[in-house]
Design a protein around this ligand. Sequence first.
Ligand code: SAM
Length: 240
Amino acid sequence: THFGFESVAEADKAKRVAGVFSSVASRYDIMNDLMSLGLHRVWKAFTIQLAGVRAGHRVLDVAGGTADLSLAFAKRVGPTGQVWLTDINGAMLSHGRDRLIDRGYPLPVAQCDAEKLPFPDDYFNLVTVAFGLRNMTHKDQALAEMRRVLKPGGQLMVLEFSQVYKPLAPVYDLYSFKLLPWLGKQVAGDADSYRYLAESIRMHPGQDELKAMMEQIGLEKVDYFNLTGGVVALHRGFKI
Ligand code: SAM
């Protein structure tokens, strides 16, 4: 705004997000399993299944962090395909890259903001962003960038926390506001990052709102799948 309030808040958010992921990068994998009771593997497996990646495809994993999705896609694209692991955070990215090298898939990586992707127009068959959109400052701009780099006919998949079915809300609130920060403290010595996680989930657009945002930036045939009672939703849209 004219008074700069917005930009101060945005700079704060970006700094905060950088701090959170730098502080948890090394324990990120174990925390993922613990916090989600292993469910993040199921959510990711569903995404991988639906993605239908084939030999020769070009795939971009935005906010790819520790590279779970990248690794699965790398196994599918074969020698003629390409998978790029990208993330804004250097610590997360080098952790992911090391994991990929350890598993025998030395993929190309790029440290970049999803709001400004260093790739040409119409390049990828598939762009994925798993548990990353929530942290982005200008979500519509990030989504538009992801659409830009897709080939016509390509799809964007957004895996993200979403709105749980109403009857589940009390249990879910108890879990995420009480148990999660406590777990974060015990395992990562960091309750604040996990409190932030619970708050950021509540602030994130719900299923229909995100669908509308994706349509707004020009994606077509947008639909979504609720997973685990809406704890997570997988949104998908196509560039036609
Ligand atoms: N995709 C991985 C997964 O599902 O396990 C990692 C998810 S992790 C919760 C979120 C990631 O988003 C972090 O690695 C963080 O650095 C990244 N991130 C946050 N804001 C970003 C932005 N504007 N551009 C690119 N990556 C961003």
